[in-house]
Design a protein around this ligand. Sequence first.
Ligand SMILES: Nc1ncnc2c1ncn2[C@@H]1O[C@H](COP(=O)(O)OP(=O)(O)OP(=O)(O)O)[C@@H](O)[C@H]1O
Ligand SMILES: [Mg+2]
Length: 244
Amino acid sequence: MALIELKDIKKIYQMGAIQVEALKDINLSIEKGEFLTISGPSGSGKSTILNILGLIDMPNAGKVFINGNPVFTDEDQKYYIKNGKISREADSRICRIRKNNVGIIFQSFNLFPVLNVYQNIEYPFHLGIENIRGMKKKEQKEWIMYLINRVGLEKWVTHRPNELSGGQRQRVAIARALATKAPIILADEPTANLDTETGNQILQLMKEINKEFETTFIFSTHDQKIVDLADRVVKILDGKIISN
Ligand SMILES: Nc1ncnc2c1ncn2[C@@H]1O[C@H](COP(=O)(O)OP(=O)(O)OP(=O)(O)O)[C@@H](O)[C@H]1O
Ligand SMILES: [Mg+2]
């Protein structure tokens, strides 16, 4: 059974009188442990797909399954389409599924500027995530320190993000996503704000972690050099998958 599956996904953005069809009948099935990139030119729909895979955004039609279970019910969809927003119950259900299954790495890192490296990575422990909720304080500390070492930041534990380079910040973001023990990690253009050499190192690190933990990585890029590092490439153009 697929870890995550998109079935006949459509996404339409309403911009005043104009409708932008960002995704047209997307079907995509991703297995546990894949290291996959979604590639395509600017505006092709990469971020839109990632946001739907990450349960950050809802499709206008179609279904998302995690471990075979539908995330959005037909009822959610009807309500959403009628009111442009989802019900509070659906929102809290989707939020729970998201935090227990998905770790996210952002293009612009999105670290907390007032928290140091350790505290940024510790942050997910405040969210009541099922996989890590039962960890004792000591275990938690060991896990965070393991991750800090794993991403090569042992000398920067008490430093804040503004004292770090872009590559180091992205390493913190990777460790923070991993801290949750989520089976799926999504990264929207994780190397776009980094120079080529640093970007390659970040991708290499993600790949090693993918092998070590069997975490599924799904990332987007329009950089051909980075596309070559993926095990599987899903190419999209104008909201449609053109090769898979
Ligand atoms: N919030 C929004 N409101 C209206 N239109 C949107 C919105 N977000 C995306 N779009 C449109 O949907 C289409 C797909 O956008 P998306 O951001 O998914 O592309 P992308 O492949 O990630 O591009 P990039 O490489 O520039 O990040 C584009 O035509 C874009 O203009
Ligand atoms: Mg994008």
